[in-house]
Ligand binder design. Structure first.
Ligand code: GLN
Length: 493
């Protein structure tokens, strides 16, 4: 087995036993990137020197007998909306195409303190607005299962990196599905933590009441380790949860005996691919056979979530993106006077989808429309949260499809925003409710593409989510499903 084929937990064990060095591990992923990234385009920026320097430091510490975190020397890829000091952080936007943050996001400081080599920054939809990476100002990333298809988004580059073995772990961000939807399209585990569980300090804001950073991984064990590394209270984020971080890796084997699991009735919709529905049902039956108590749960406002989200998220975006004016950050357009500078900078710096969201959001917040749109959407959001609270009185976990279909073709939905928005219809409601939610592989579609299932828990229920996901991993004997990628000369397939 090649080093880059291992999960993070296996790499961590090999490193601890000194069977491999962090330099060897890091170099093997850098080689894999060299082979595959020209085809799959997961990375906006590569940081090989930085990664190897971190790896060398970890190796030295290990030689000196220092106590190290299990993830020390395990490399990682980071979505390009998470600030890295001195390393370009573009949000896949022209407006930030040359932005070098003067500080690290809190999650990056945590990973640096552990000694995780940073391989590079991954491609995404511009400002995390999208579901396919086609809204990146630079290029579209490709799904390793079928390079003619999208990897999902907005954290598509991070998902590609892990699925193709170019990184054992990656960080994404999830505002309304951007970790879970690409995880589903690429056959991975993707976890959206409880709102406030992971610091947003240094995550470039899209919709602040929804944004959360989360791990993309091959197994639940790997995701648990990474979540433990990034979770925790942070005084630099006023919405951070002042709660202790449990050891997510500790009771992973707790199993699902006696756990009450509800299948979302409304999700089994005729618009969903029947194979996806069947896969989810099969998993539910399997969970039942192993002792889970299953039933159907109703979330009656499911259909309203998408509409509410596409008012709330753009409203917050229109306010958050006001700072990109050519004065304080990044790109500045040629102009003759001040007003022209604002309009040219924003006109040239933002792509079409970002402009659409700014316009929708500004409209929804404007005097006279605020009550009809923004306020109404916020009321729907509260009702959706109450729906979940009620459902969690009868169930410990709620289960449904992670995406209505497997990955779609590049270009298939890029001219139709509504169809694109509908691709994360399964992921929006948990985000609005602020609850944790995990996307896990649910088997392969007859097209050969991975399908995903989503499991949600009450606030701070990550341990239970990870235990359920770990149980499902165990049913595959812990071997993650991987795409078949044949590498030819120069990285072509
Ligand atoms: N696809 C959704 C959107 O475009 C979600 C994005 C996200 O979670 N960042 O807004």
């Amino acid at each position: 087995m090649k080093l880059h084929e291992n999960t993070a937990v296996v790499l961590s064990q090999l490193l601890a036993k000194k069977e491999v060095s962090a330099i060897e591990v890091t170099q093997s992923f850098l080689n894999r990137i060299g082979d595959l990234d020209p085809l799959l385009k997961a990375f906006v920026t590569l940081t090989p020197e930085f990664a190897l320097k971190t790896a060398a430091e970890v190796d030295q510490k290990r030689i000196n007998g220092k106590r190290l975190h299990p993830l020390a020397g395990v490399p990682i890829a980071i979505k390009d909306n998470i600030c890295t000091e001195g390393i370009k952080t573009t949000c896949a936007s022209r407006i930030l195409s040359n932005y070098h943050p003067p500080f690290d996001a809190t999650v990056v400081s945590s990973l640096k303190a552990i000694g995780m080599p940073l391989l590079g920054k991954t491609n995404m939809d511009e400002f995390a607005m999208g579901s396919s990476t086609e809204n990146s100002a630079f290029f579209t990333s490709r799904n390793p299962w079928d390079p003619e298809r999208v990897p999902g988004g907005s954290s598509g580059g991070s998902a590609v990196a892990v699925a193709a073995g170019m990184a054992p772990l990656a960080l994404g961000s999830d505002t309304g599905g951007s970790v879970r939807q690409p995880a589903s399209f690429c056959g991975l585990i993707g976890l959206r933590p409880t709102y406030g569980r992971v610091s947003r300090y240094g995550l470039i804001a899209f919709a602040s009441s929804l944004d959360q950073i989360g791990p993309l991984a091959l197994t639940a064990e790997d995701a648990a380790l990474l979540l433990g590394a990034i979770a925790g209270y942070d005084r630099l984020d006023s919405t951070s949860l002042p709660e202790d971080v449990p050891d997510y890796s500790k009771e992973l084997g707790a199993g699902i005996k006696g756990i009450r699991i509800g299948l979302i009735g409304e999700n089994v919709d005729q618009q969903f691919d029947p194979e996806v529905n069947a896969a989810v049902k099969r998993k539910l039956t399997m969970l039942e056979q192993h002792g889970a108590v299953t039933g159907e749960v109703s979330l009656p406002l499911t259909d309203y979530g998408l509409g509410a989200y596409y008012l709330i998220a753009p409203s917050e975006a229109s306010s958050n993106l006001g700072r990109y004016d050519g004065v304080r950050y990044g790109y500045k357009a040629e102009s003759r006077h001040l007003e022209e500078m604002f309009s040219n900078t924003r006109g040239e710096g933002f792509g079409a989808e970002v402009k659409r969201r700014i316009m929708i959001g500004t409209y929804a917040l404007s005097a006279g429309y605020y009550d009809a749109y923004y306020l109404k959407a916020m009321q729907v959001r509260t009702m959706i949260r109450r729906n979940y609270e009620k459902a969690f009185q009868s169930f410990d976990l709620i289960l449904g499809a992670a995406t209505p279909t497997p990955a779609f073709k590049i270009g298939e939905k890029s001219d139709d925003p509504l169809q694109m928005y509908l691709s994360d219809v399964c992921n929006i409601n948990d985000a609005l409710a602020g609850i944790p939610s995990i996307s896990v592989p649910a088997g392969l579609h007859s097209s050969g593409l991975p399908m995903g299932m989503q499991i949600s828990a009450p606030p701070s229920g990550e341990k239970l989510l990870l235990a359920a996901a770990h149980f499902l991993d165990g049913q595959k004997r812990g071997v993650p499903q991987r795409p078949q990628l044949e590498i030819g000369e120069g990285g072509s397939k």
